[in-house]
Design a protein around this ligand. Structure first.
Ligand SMILES: [Zn+2]
Length: 187
């Protein structure tokens, strides 16, 4: 490692770890050891915090692939089975790729057949709406950083408009309008 990067890490330790000389030396040693065996900068930073007993989990990692950055959020899916229904919740943190993968799959399922039932007819669109609002958190996230995860992030797959759910739901609403609302208005 060059002198420059050692100096940068000394500054990082001073800013992020702080404390007396011994504490900072311990943290720096942990960083240098981690880097020497090929760990990433994020892992080296975690090692430094661990060495001085500070919580290492200040960085959120994707629950699926371990990548950073990740955001804490929940994705919902609603399934109606005429009389009964089932709600699925998937809690993060997610990286952008894995989060979009789950978001697209679960929102599509909700729109595709989630509304099939008396209660579900109301709950499914609300579920899709909650997902839509929460999606902003994923959209604001940069792509997962290569090398920070334990495995490759999921391929998000085709977006919602290239899946059937949106169209099936729109067709269902249109059919409901034609067969129920229009006759009522005429009567
Ligand atoms: Zn991920």
């Amino acid at each position: 490692m060059g002198h420059d990067s050692r100096r940068l890490w000394e500054e990082w330790v001073a800013t992020n770890i702080g404390g007396d000389d011994a504490r900072r030396r311990n943290a720096l040693d942990a960083v240098l050891q981690a880097l020497a065996v090929g760990k990433s900068s994020t892992e080296a930073a975690d090692a430094a915090r661990l060495a001085v007993g500070a919580p290492a989990a200040s960085v959120l990692r994707c629950r699926f692939c371990g990548s950073t950055p990740a955001v804490a959020m929940t994705v919902f899916e609603h399934n109606g089975y005429i009389v009964v229904f089932r709600t699925k919740t998937l809690k993060g943190p997610f990286c952008r790729s894995c989060g979009l993968y789950a978001w697209r799959k679960m929102t599509d399922t909700t729109l595709l057949r989630g509304w099939l039932g008396v209660i579900s007819f109301v709950v499914a669109p609300l579920t899709a709406l909650v997902n839509l609002v929460n999606r902003r958190k994923l959209a604001a996230l940069p792509d997962p950083q290569a090398g920070t995860g334990l495995r490759s992030p999921s391929d998000p797959g085709p977006n919602l408009f290239k899946r059937p759910g949106v169209y099936v739901y729109a067709a269902m609403i249109a059919a409901g309008f034609v067969f129920y609302v229009l006759p009522l208005m005429r009567g």
